[in-house]
Design a protein around this ligand. Structure first.
Ligand code: DAH
Length: 333
């Protein structure tokens, strides 16, 4: 009896294989499913033999039936997937059409230069400090040895906020904040926004960016400062760049200098010196404001305007173009 039933199952399987060959659409597939797996389908039907067998033979048949059932289910699922693939191909896109056009975001030129500057100094072991844009008189002026009658303290030049706060006019206050929270050696870079009450024109903007650098250690020297700034200028403006140190004055450095780069004008066939940054050896008065012993420590500092560097490097003549967000300008970088 059981061997006949098993033969019958083989039959069902063979029939299914023949029937499934011609299936090429969803409707045929559904009919095939109903014919074998539906409520009155051959596989479902075959389960009735279970009741006709003696108990000890039931597990043998049960296992055979289950195998057949899963085989047919798997095969049906397979055919379904194949059909889906085919319809997808029928309505499929023309792969030779040009792709859809989309815009990639870009990094603002100011941030590109800043990234370059940061990469250079971080390679020399500088850390990046952020400070804060709303400062008070002590950090922005007093601790930096800027005397009470200095013009930059004037209402005309500085944005004063309520509660004795002001918008920092340079990134130099970050020097003080960093020295207050840590002991030498210090090698720090402080990039950020600064604010001055300037009427906007081609070279002035009430908001602009600076990068500040500060090194404090036991044996620093002006020679080291010169070496670093020469390497820096060549990194940004090219390996042939010539620079000069011109004596200058800043209240927080002594001696102080401004650095110029030699700028060749290809069109006019002439060159000229253009200022790119201020620097100097940290004034002992600044060390005293943060309780560092000027007999033990020395240091150097420098500060530069990022817009100015970007304008020189990319030959941009109007600082306002950085902030207008004109896509035709920004797309060029
Ligand atoms: N803070 C100066 C300014 O805003 C720039 C500067 C000059 C920073 C010399 C320095 C420095 O650290 O040593 O114009």
């Amino acid at each position: 009896m059981i061997s006949e039933i098993i033969q019958e199952l083989d039959h069902i399987k063979a029939n299914f294989e023949t029937d499934s060959k011609g299936v090429d659409n969803d409707k045929d597939l559904e009919n095939l499913r109903i014919k074998y797996m539906g409520r009155k389908g051959s596989v479902t039907d075959a389960f009735k033999y279970m009741g006709k067998l003696p108990n000890e033979q039931k597990p043998i048949l049960g296992q055979k039936l289950n195998v057949l059932k899963t085989e047919i289910q798997d095969r049906l699922a397979c055919i379904k997937q194949e059909l889906e693939g085919q319809t997808r191909q029928k309505i499929n896109i023309d792969v030779t059409l040009p792709g859809q056009f989309f815009f990639l975001g870009k990094i603002h030129p100011i941030m590109q230069i800043l990234d370059e500057i940061k990469a250079f100094f971080m390679g020399l072991g500088f850390t990046v400090e952020l400070g804060q844009e709303a400062e008070n008189d002590f950090y922005n002026f007093e601790a930096l040895n800027i005397p009470p009658d200095h013009p930059s303290r004037d209402m005309q030049d500085t944005f004063y906020l309520p509660n004795d706060l002001l918008l920092r006019t340079h990134t130099s206050p970050v020097q003080i904040r960093t020295m207050e929270k840590q002991q030498p050696p210090i090698r720090m870079l402080a990039p950020g926004r600064c604010f001055r009450k300037d009427t906007p024109d081609a070279t002035h903007s009430p908001m602009f960016h600076q990068v500040e650098g500060l090194v404090v250690d036991r044996n620093t020297s002006f020679a080291e400062l010169k070496g670093i700034l020469l390497a820096f200028s060549r990194k940004i403006f090219g390996p042939e760049t010539k620079i000069r140190f011109r004596p200058s004055f800043f209240p927080f450095t002594e001696p102080s200098a401004e650095v110029d780069i030699w700028w060749e004008d290809e069109k006019q066939g002439r060159g000229k010196w253009l200022e790119i940054l201020g620097c100097g050896m940290v004034d002992p008065a600044v060390f005293e404001a943060v309780n560092y012993d000027p007999e033990v420590y020395s240091g150097y500092a420098f500060g530069m305007g990022i817009e100015r560097i970007a304008m020189l490097k990319y030959k941009i003549s109007d600082i306002r173009t950085f902030y207008n967000n004109d896509i035709r300008f920004l797309n060029q970088f």
